[in-house]
Write a protein that binds this ligand. Sequence first.
Ligand code: PMP
Length: 406
Amino acid sequence: PAAPDWERVRADFPLLMREVNGKPLVYFDNANTAQKPLSVIGAVDEFYRRYNANVSRAVHALGSEATEAYEGARGKLARFLNVRADELVLCSGTTFAINLVAYSWALPRLKAGDVILVSRMEHHANIVPWQLVAQRTGASIRVAEIAPDGTLDMDALHAAMTPEVKLLALAHVSNVLGTVNPVREICREARRRGIVTVIDGSQAAPHLELDVAAVGCDFYAVTGHKMCGPTGTGALWARRELLQEMPPFLGGGEMIKEVSFDGTVFNDAPHKFEAGTPNIAGFIGLGVAADYLDGLGRNHVAAREQELLAHFTEELQRIDGVRIFGTAPHKAAVVSFLVEGAHAHDLATLLDLQGVAVRSGQHCAHPLLQYYGVAATCRASLAFYNTHEEIEAFMAALKKVRTLLG
Ligand code: PMP
């Protein structure tokens, strides 16, 4: 199918029509969270209006409808990721997904002398759970370094994959630099050496033509709110054998087959890892979001964002005193930058006064900012529903801010 009419697509997102501080909103904080199309908002609304009931419990009609929609959403997300639905654990987001691997897979297996390999560009969600595991098992953390352009140093990474390394935790796409890591090649190498791989796909799922099966990893984590779905939704994909071997992370209703005071028989995966009442409406919305992105054509979404990224980068580079962090040849539409003499928070605050939303700070990636020797950056992150006119408005606002800051 042909590329969609992007002006029409934009009209699916009511929030984008609003004003902020008397100016038309320019929402360039998509790596933080994405806006939601009417179809997603409508699906959540419809659930509560028409068939709100708990899942997998009640035999009444509403219970069946809710269960069907919830399991249907798992199926939609599985199709979106190109994985089997029974290998997909629904959870609150990437943070939960990675912690699930840390507590259920890594904690019972790792021991003193083992090494967990992470990269310099990880989000804290893909660092801190491993530190907690390391503290409790005596394993240690090893860091794969990057080159100044924000790409992984592949020679160093391969050299770091020594026999002590039991697990490699790596972002598919960096939330600060936009770098797209060659995860296929890396996972192939890791597999050859018997290293289990955990890929953080938070920033990849919304923007790449993602095929999780083709990545060749052992675990893949995604978060729903960055891919136009509701907050509090996400998933962990894992190879079936691993899911079967792993003990449950949380205990409660739904994750069991039979409970007595003599012992409990756990449910099969993925339900074994879904204790308690889930975010039913949220997952139904996420299923709709996955279909929405597929409907646009993920090749078209990726191409549109690359076109916006090229325009944005070219214009930004023309502004005096701008330093861009992350210039990898293969990157998503995420641009971290600083303006000479200005603090990132001041830039973001003054941009906000002109209706422009960007994130400033450390982006939950302290070690990465330490590498670049800066306390904070501004980050503009674009999505397919952004426009070339918004890029022009952003540049005008930034020039004004630069003048204001002298
Ligand atoms: N990893 C990366 C690369 C991210 O960008 C984010 C969200 N900023 C996360 C993990 C955490 O996602 P969540 O807060 O939705 O669990």
